[in-house]
Design a protein around this ligand. Sequence first.
Ligand code: C2E
Ligand code: MG
Ligand code: MG
Ligand code: MG
Length: 295
Amino acid sequence: KADIAMYRAKEGGRDGFRFFGVEMDESIARRRELDADLRIALETGEGLYVAYQPKLSSRGNRIVGLEALVRWTHPRHGPLAPDAFIPVAEESGLIDQLGEWVLREACRVARKWPGLSVAVNVSPVQFRGTDMALRIHKIVYEAGVSPRQIELEVTEGILVEDDEEVRGAIQHLRAAGFRIALDDFGTGYSSLSYLKKFTVDRIKIDKSFVKRLGQEPEAIAIVQAVIALGHAMALSVTAEGVETSEQERLLQTAGCNELQGFLFAPALLEAELAEWLERPFQPRIADGGAKARSA
Ligand code: C2E
Ligand code: MG
Ligand code: MG
Ligand code: MG
């Protein structure tokens, strides 16, 4: 009962109460079901896996790193997008366990390919735990991987909270050698002051801006400005969601450092990745196929 009241308060938005009918009850039931099933999946390891999307240097299109992206095939509902279950795990607190599992998997892959950096997404909720930085450090240390090979992707949201502990955790991680990337840059409360307060290593331009490249003339100006800003602050800049050669060309011209997107490869299973990396020239996987496979 208390749970339901909590959901109501949350889903009802800032000014409180909203009436929920059958649909809302269904959504609560579904969240509970997903959470319980995810708990089991984490215990058994069944249906959960990590896919890896290559990141390329914008000059020469050499592969420089991978982004670890969690995947879950639900026993009854089939493959679910992270957006369908990450928020559920965040709400229940299961995200700590899920995040650590993804990091362990990513470390295993990092050991396999010592020349590639591996990026892992860290939820803002994980930063609420007091010893988050230590736990991350310990997992990577125990896996026998150098923190230098691991990049942690965080969203702008955690910077806005102006939290002493979050700042401390990021500082600790950077001091230990981890690289920090600001994910989905431009979608949150981007502000120069946050960038100044928190030292990060990289910004990742959100795919919504990349998508507009070649569609709206102003998009080029925005992307150029973000790249110039990043470089002025000695940050490396990655563009995500690169789908067309035109976007690639515009981003290269603007001086973007790294490119990631379906134009090059979707998130790949470990076996597919091995195959992809072994080819003398990394061929581009056709857009259509890539979309279908990463869905
Ligand atoms: P993100 O970290 O911004 O990851 C990039 C997303 O863009 C991925 O979606 C990726 O598959 C997709 N993407 C890559 N290239 C293209 C492209 O060319 N076009 C389009 N349209 N999309 C592209 P995915 O895997 O569905 O993940 C969605 C979000 O879920 C991620 O966004 C991230 O915020 C979250 N997520 C994924 N794995 C994890 C995880 O292990 N932990 C946490 N906390 N969050 C995760
Ligand atoms: Mg990311
Ligand atoms: Mg992103
Ligand atoms: Mg995201």
